[in-house]
Design a protein around this ligand. Structure first.
Ligand SMILES: NC(=O)c1ccc[n+]([C@@H]2O[C@H](COP(=O)([O-])OP(=O)(O)OC[C@H]3O[C@@H](n4cnc5c(N)ncnc54)[C@H](O)[C@@H]3O)[C@@H](O)[C@H]2O)c1
Length: 328
């Protein structure tokens, strides 16, 4: 098989490209480089620069590379931006997916993996989120992921495409420093950024109904996440998915913001106490995956813990921002 990885020069996409190439899969990456970095891709993985909204380009790439499966990661992912620019997010995330699925169907491709998100659940108020927990996203970004899942399943049914939707929980870490997330939108780089600016980490709300009052999340190492994609691709290639499959990708273990900041203090050596500010609108008190279906259906379980995520992310941060980091 040959797999097209859209968003392949992105933080997660490059890890997926690397994991699949290392495992002997043939891959080609497509990325508009709006947030992607070509140097993240391993040698031997061709990169096509272009958008998932460009149907003509997609048809050409699928034909020229004889693509037989697609892993679709290309998307805009900033929640606050999605609130400010909803039409742009729907156009990029849902419109880009629709254009891609048309090209996939036309090319007769029968295997498709979609990057979804725990954001589809919103604030479900349950101890462990299963794939059957009702979806009620609380921002346009999460809505585009849920609408994307609906579209993926509908196109799968219409055109005989076997599909897997992977709902990622909170992604962190790096398989190598050069592959680290360069954006400052997720909590780990946000805390690194504060420390680098000689400022205390911020906690948004410590009066939630959780053990220490701060929000609880399920953190997943990006290298584990990449292996989940490989497992999904192989399951599809083996004909092991009849119709569609939707799977949480998490560790099934909750870590509070305060606990995470403590680990970051241990790893960076900067243990200054965090400052507590008001709650942010839309933050669920708890979002932890049930990881049972991923184990049963994909034979995949996360292997790396939170400390490994923070240590590897910190090595990446030092590579990209080391000149600004002072030794405590
Ligand atoms: N990072 C997370 O915590 C997280 C959690 C859940 C889901 N996701 C999803 O995972 C996917 C990858 O996220 P990431 O963290 O690697 O983000 P990223 O921004 O690093 O990667 C996205 C990549 O897609 C490219 N891209 C964006 N729009 C495109 C388009 N229309 N056509 C072609 N290329 C385009 C960007 O240049 C970038 O390289 C996204 O779909 C995101 O919604 C991420």
């Amino acid at each position: 098989m040959t797999w097209l990885i859209t968003g392949g020069a992105g933080y997660i996409g490059a890890h997926v490209a690397r994991a699949m190439a290392d495992a002997g899969e043939r891959v080609v990456a497509l990325d508009d480089l709006s947030a992607g970095v070509p140097a993240r891709l391993p040698a031997g993985v061709p990169l096509v620069r272009g958008s998932s909204l460009d149907g003509e380009l997609l048809r050409r790439v699928l034909a020229e590379h004889a693509v037989t499966g697609v892993v679709h990661l290309a998307a805009r992912k900033q929640v606050a931006e999605s609130v400010a620019r909803p039409a742009y997010y729907y156009r990029e995330n849902v419109g880009g997916l629709a254009t891609l699925l048309d090209a996939v169907a036309e090319a007769g491709i029968e295997r498709f993996v979609f990057s979804s998100s725990a954001a589809v659940y919103g604030d479900p108020g349950v101890e462990l989120i299963t794939e059957d927990t009702p979806c009620a996203p609380v921002n346009p970004y999460g809505e585009t992921k849920l609408a994307g899942e609906w579209l993926v399943r509908a196109a799968g049914r219409a055109h005989g495409i076997a599909t897997v939707c992977l709902r990622y929980f909170n992604v962190a870490g790096a398989a190598a420093p050069g592959l680290a997330d360069t954006g400052v939108f997720n909590i780990v780089p946000m805390v690194f950024d504060r420390l680098t600016r000689d400022e205390a980490p911020r906690i948004f709300g410590d009066d939630y109904p959780t053990p220490d009052g701060t929000c609880v999340r399920d953190y997943i190492h990006v290298a584990d996440l990449a292996e989940a994609h490989l497992a999904a691709a192989r399951r599809l290639a083996a004909g092991g998915v009849a119709g569609d499959l939707t799977v949480n990708v998490g560790r099934g273990e909750g870590v509070s913001v305060r606990e995470l900041i403590t680990v970051i203090g241990e790893v960076t050596g900067d243990r200054r106490p965090p400052v507590v500010e008001g709650r942010r609108p839309g933050d669920a008190p708890r979002a932890v995956a049930s990881a049972a279906r991923a184990a049963a259906e994909l034979g995949w379980t996360a292997r790396r813990g939170v400390r490994e995520m923070v240590e590897s992310a910190w090595r990446g941060w030092l590579l990209h921002h080391g000149d600004r980091v002072r030794t405590p």
